[in-house]
Design a protein around this ligand. Structure first.
Ligand code: HMG
Ligand code: MG
Length: 301
């Protein structure tokens, strides 16, 4: 299959990245990060999540983030909403794009959102209905698409089944999350091929964590399957508090560098992105996890 010529990058750093920090990052840092990312040319940014602050205190300032962040025309700022309470909060804060998140394994579903897979689908149904009525874009996520921290390997058909359930609900696209980064390109391709039998491939997105150093290879494997939407996180920030051991998403800088080298358009300014990776990493007190950010430090800063 010919590779896509243009890729939509979804920047997950402010949400997936900062939800997994040991401490709560100050609101003003989150707000500046979001604005810096938009200034890099990223047009899809996950800003925060309207989940329970008892479950994820790191995202407890979602209303303040939404109130203080600049909203640039042409940029989609998405927030996670696990239920109607989250949806109502997100809408009151002016959200125009939301994400709902299911899992391919029962154990992870229970740990992350405290219900079974089928219960989660029923919980999302009114959320998607309200979003459709309100003209709000909906992304669906499926977590643990190739492997689960509690159940081990996940069969491609199982991931495909949940992906189809989210598609049937009315999601505009569905991000396939290798939450704990255990996937390798062959497994990822088999999983995507199973999903693409049930859902059009142009509706699918890649969301690869880099716990085992496989995320860039898995991104390329997904590209080779025709997937043109990819999540990535500046400086390789990220993880899920309910997925033990999970580290960050594939770094946005690494993806942009690879795609630039392949002549695939992203619209992102790599130099500004590397500067942003170092800026947020300085605030967090450690160097970026991204190889490209480290390699280009002296050229970009
Ligand atoms: P629960 O305890 O079963 O909820 O949690 P509940 O309905 O019984 O409510 C309990 C309390 O939470 C009540 O408050 C509710 O009002 C409140 P109380 O009466 O005790 O004071 N509550 C809320 N508060 C604020 N916002 C809400 C909300 N809902 C209920 N939306 C629930 C169920 C889904 C809420 C909880 O499990 C939760 O918040 N989970 C979120 C976990 C999470 O955010 N995980 C990380 C994001 S997913 C991820 O990272 C994966 C992804 O990146 C893809 C990948 O990598 O695979 C997307
Ligand atoms: Mg994630």
């Amino acid at each position: 299959m010919a590779l896509p010529r243009k890729i939509t990058l979804w920047e997950a750093g402010p949400r997936d990245g900062l939800q997994n920090e040991p401490g709560v990052v100050p609101t003003e840092v989150k707000v500046e990060l979001i604005d810096r990312l938009a200034d890099c040319g990223l047009t899809h940014i996950e800003a925060t999540s309207f989940v329970s602050p008892k479950w994820v205190p790191q995202m407890g300032d979602h209303e303040a983030v939404m109130a203080q962040m600049k909203r640039r025309p042409g940029v989609i700022y998405q927030v996670l909403t696990p239920n109607m309470k989250g949806y109502e909060g997100a809408r009151a804060a002016g959200a125009e794009a939301i994400g709902i998140f299911a899992a391919a394994s029962e154990s992870f579903s229970k740990k992350n959102i405290n219900c079974s897979i089928d219960e989660s689908i029923e919980r999302f149904r009114p959320v998607v209905e309200a979003a459709k009525r309100d003209g709000v874009k909906v992304r669906g996520f499926v977590s643990v698409v190739v492997g689960c921290p509690f159940e081990g390997d996940i069969a491609p058909a199982q991931t495909a089944r949940v992906t189809r359930q989210l598609y049937d609900l009315g999601c505009d696209d569905i991000g396939l999350g290798d939450t704990i980064g255990v996937g390798t390109p062959g497994k990822v391709k088999a999983m995507i091929e199973a999903c693409a039998k049930l859902v059009p491939v142009e509706k699918l997105g890649g969301h690869f964590h880099d716990t085992y150093g496989q995320a860039l290879a898995n991104t390329l494997a997904a590209l080779e399957c025709g997937i043109a939407r990819h999540d990535a996180s500046v400086a390789g920030l990220g993880g899920c508090p309910y997925a033990p051991g999970a580290t960050g998403n594939v770094a946005t800088e690494d993806v942009v560098y690879m795609l630039d080298g392949m002549g695939i358009e992203t619209g992102v300014d790599l130099k500004k992105l590397v500067q942003t990776a170092w800026w947020i990493s300085d605030r967090l007190g450690r160097p970026p996890a991204s190889s490209v950010a480290r390699a280009l430090k002296s050229k970009c800063l």
